[in-house]
Design a protein around this ligand. Structure first.
Ligand code: B16
Ligand code: MG
Length: 224
């Protein structure tokens, strides 16, 4: 039931901040240096996927096979370029409407968690000034199974003391929505319905979105 929603768990990249564009730029630079390119459509497949799995996909697209040490070196190189971007981030880089929505959750006593595949999550939260807002942060340093496995969200929900059926996950990645559904959460896609149509419903972003709107839509699902 919508009125029994006790927690909201957010993905980071692409939901709270637009770091997906920085991942794309850094991976593309790496691919270009290796002598090939990939498209924005292919980039969709990298969203929510761990750093090393992303690299493996990209190498596959380029038809390149490397040993483990070489892969590690490339992943580190990409991360250095990516960190150059995120270290420039500031509070103004939080996506439109997100802070207002988080404040509404706080006012209504709804717990707030973060469930991200990124090992850079803490740095990003610090840069944009949101560290204190999240009661629980589960990131790529704290979990091992990649989305679509629900581990990251289940760990966050358990740490918040909330059962999945009383929590909503907000996700911008196809595999992230899969992870939320696999865990028994309500899944709200943030982005395009073409990519996230399997979520319970999709919003384009948080601009103009209020808690009441979200709860009303979940209530419609539960009463169907
Ligand atoms: P890092 P999210 C994910 O974050 C990104 O969507 C994905 O593109 C990235 O490869 C992954 O984090 C790992 O990031 O290299 O910073 O550890 O969307 O789950 O918040
Ligand atoms: Mg994401």
């Amino acid at each position: 039931m919508a009125n029994s929603i006790e927690a909201c768990i957010f993905d980071l990249d692409g939901v709270i901040v637009d770091t997906a564009k920085f991942h794309f730029l850094a991976w593309r630079r790496l691919a270009n240096e290796l002598g090939f390119d990939f498209t924005e459509a292919q980039n969709e497949k990298l969203k929510g996927v761990s750093r090393i799995q992303s690299l493996e996909l990209i190498l596959q697209w380029g038809g390149i096979s490397l040993d483990e040490p070489a892969k590690m070196a490339l992943a580190e190189q990409k991360n250095d370029w990516y960190r150059d971007y995120i270290l420039q981030m500031e509070p103004g880089d939080v996506l439109e409407g997100v802070e207002g929505f988080l404040a509404e959750l706080k006012r209504n006593g709804i717990k707030i968690g973060l469930g991200s595949a990124s090992k850079n999550a803490e740095t990003i939260l610090q840069r944009v000034g949101l560290t204190e807002v999240f009661e629980v942060v589960v990131d790529g340093n704290r979990h091992t199974k990649s989305k679509p496995d629900p581990e990251v969200f289940l760990t966050a929900a358990a740490a918040l003391g909330v059962a999945p059926e009383h929590a909503i996950v907000f996700e911008d990645a196809e595999k992230g929505v899969d992870a939320a559904l696999n865990g028994g959460f309500y899944a709200v896609g943030v982005g395009s319905p073409e990519v996230l149509g399997h979520a319970h419903f999709v919003i384009p972003g948080f601009a103009g979105v209020h808690l009441e709107t979200i709860l009303d839509r979940i209530y419609l699902i539960t009463s169907e």
